[in-house]
Design a protein around this ligand. Structure first.
Ligand code: ASP
Length: 588
């Protein structure tokens, strides 16, 4: 059977529109066949489009030939009359569940191969298949919902910032390198042999220049490109909600962002607190062993050195004497763990790169711990007390230098919280992490590296130590954290060109190098730069959280794999030698 043209057939309703109020009307639906049920004398099929599903019934003998040929994913035009369904056939789960359309004409607009996986069921399908046939995966309900939510999110972002007097301004994609700590994607210039554009790692320099340019408030739904070795859930190109504010302080940035998060949470019927707590970086590391703490499970890390400082337990005392510490946390109701569970925890710590783990508990009044003999009962009892461990709990302890010990315990804390189902998906804990260190020491290269980016201002109280003790200087940088995910990061910027030059120097950049890379920006700073600051939110991550998805790939229409490949289009791919010649590029 050949397919028929659309002709003048015009859709009167979508598949999500018809209700009992439309009974008796003649309608035209243009959509995909979702499911077919042939009951002998009568045939039913469901029609599907983005808006919903409508049941069609074919009773007319004259239509049975064409109706019998219909298969899932065929595209059809149905003309018919809206009938109320019999009471027992009403489906309250779908919008159109009160009616069906009795077909008077069926026009086959296109046929379809049998899809490699069913569109009409949420059956598990390998991600490779889903990405290869992304257009089919996008037809399925889950991704349709995610794309709709993504649209609503970006639309709300735009509405909010417009209300707040922000201008959306596009910044270039073909540009110069912006330092965000990743490798650049480069684009060779055909007209300037041997020269390259970089794709923006972020609009950072441009948005600061827009502040110098008097735009006052800027935002952009911005594509960013970073050529990183792709860790778990990163994409080489991703989207930021990027913004910058003139005369900004931390308070102004936070007060601008907090209501926005409330508006976005409302899209999925949730709430965000009016203001978010703030926690200095050093406190986040000490209490949670992470600079993006998940506050949901509690289980805070506690300093336990006091219990062991004078004890006979040489492993822990040695760590303290060497300038380190003992730290631990309590697993609620962990006293029930078997010996095997406890051995597995010790193994897990070794896998995480830790030297060891010591547990302790108080079972029916008797203290148990592998360190009981070496440390003595009083010491372990004191540690349990300091940590606030009750009789049903388990205390886990590790010793060593502060940072690595806290981070190790922080990772273990999260693993256990996950296994114990303590990460309640219905709770949303927002947090500002503030006062990040300005620099990281790169031991291999024996130099300081910026922690956020080189345009971040130091805390005024610390700026005097920039040259004498850079490691102790804190930055006016902040991250927005939600349930253990960093969903945004930004800073108050340097607006004084002298300070900016000093920072480049501290980062080991020669004057010439700084000029070559950022000369235009430093020049701009000399023309009356207002104090300013901003932030960028990870749009993909935010939509994933709103959608209840684990991976950002589920909320990106055409994502790449973890190997940075687009399985649908086959990019990246080789190109014509002529194109390479034009670009002055030779490949071996
Ligand atoms: N450009 C920064 C980033 O991409 C965000 C900011 O500082 O506003 O992380």
């Amino acid at each position: 059977m050949s397919v028929q043209p659309l002709g003048t057939l015009a859709r009167t309703h979508t598949c999500g529109a018809l209700t009992a109020a439309d009974a008796g009307q003649t309608v035209v639906l243009l959509a995909w066949v979702h499911r077919v049920r042939d009951l002998g004398g009568v045939m039913f099929f469901d029609l599907r489009d983005r808006y919903g599903i409508t049941q069609v019934v074919v009773r007319d003998e004259a239509l049975s030939d064409v109706a019998k040929r219909l298969r899932p994913e065929y595209v059809v035009g149905i003309t018919g009359r809206v009938d109320l369904r019999a009471k027992e056939a009403v489906n309250p789960k779908i919008q159109t569940g009160a009616i069906e359309v009795a077909a008077t004409d069926i026009r086959l607009l296109n046929d379809a191969k049998t899809p490699p996986f069913p569109i009409n069921e949420d059956t598990p399908v390998s991600e490779e298949q889903r990405l290869r046939y992304r257009y089919l995966d996008l037809r399925r309900q889950r991704l349709q919902g995610n794309m709709i939510l993504r649209h609503k999110t970006t639309f709300e972002v735009r509405r909010y910032f417009d209300e707040q007097n922000f201008l959306e301004i596009e910044t270039p994609i073909l540009t110069k390198s912006t330092p965000e700590g990743a490798r650049d994607y480069l684009v060779p210039s055909r007209v300037h042999p041997g020269e390259f554009f970089a794709l923006p790692q972020s609009p950072q320099i441009f948005k600061q220049i827009l502040m110098i340019a008097g735009m006052d408030r800027y935002f952009q739904i911005a594509k960013c490109f970073r050529d990183e070795d792709l860790r778990a859930d990163r994409q080489p190109e991703f989207t930021q909600v990027d913004l910058e504010i003139c005369f900004a302080t931390e308070n102004l940035v936070f007060a601008t962002l907090e209501p926005l998060m409330g508006r976005l949470m409302a899209l999925v019927g949730r709430e965000a607190p009016k203001t978010f707590p703030r926690m200095p970086y050093s406190e986040a590391i000490a209490r949670y062993g992470s600079d993006k703490p998940d506050l949901r499970p509690g289980m805070e890390l506690t300093a336990l050195s006091e219990a062991f400082a004078a004890s006979s337990f040489s492993v822990f005392r040695g760590a303290i004497d060497a300038g380190g510490e003992v730290r631990g946390f309590v697993v609620p109701n962990g006293a029930r763990y078997s010996r095997k569970d406890l051995d597995n925890l010790i193994e897990e710590v070794k896998q995480l790169g830790g030297a060891g783990l010591v547990w302790a508990r108080q079972a029916e009044g008797a203290i148990q711990s592998p360190a009981l003999k070496a440390a003595g009962e009083e010491t372990i009892r004191r540690a349990l007390e300091l940590a606030g461990a009750g009789p049903a709990d388990l205390l886990l302890m590790a010793a060593g230098p502060h940072g690595p010990t806290a981070r190790l315990l922080g990772q273990l804390r999260l693993n256990i919280a996950k296994r114990e189902n303590l990460l309640d998906p219905n709770r949303f804990e927002f947090l500002w992490v503030v006062d990040f260190p300005m620099f990281d020491w790169l031991e291999d290269e024996k130099r300081w590296e910026f922690m956020h980016h080189p345009f971040t201002a130091p805390l005024e109280s610390d700026a005097g130590r920039l040259e004498s003790d850079p490691g102790s200087v804190r930055a006016r940088a902040y991250d927005m954290v939600l349930n253990g995910s960093e969903i945004g990061g930004g800073s108050i910027r340097i607006h004084d060109q002298r300070l900016q030059k000093l920072i480049f120097k501290l980062l080991g950049m020669s004057d010439d190098e700084a000029k070559a890379r950022f000369g235009f920006f430093v020049d701009a700073l000399e023309f009356g730069t207002p104090p300013h600051g901003g932030i960028a939110l990870g749009l993909d991550r935010i939509v994933a959280i709103l959608a209840g998805e684990q991976s950002i790939r589920e909320v990106i229409a055409f994502p790449k794999t973890a190997q940075a490949v687009d399985l649908m289009s086959g990019a990246p791919s080789t190109v014509d030698p002529k194109q390479l010649r034009e670009l002055h590029i030779r490949t071996e």
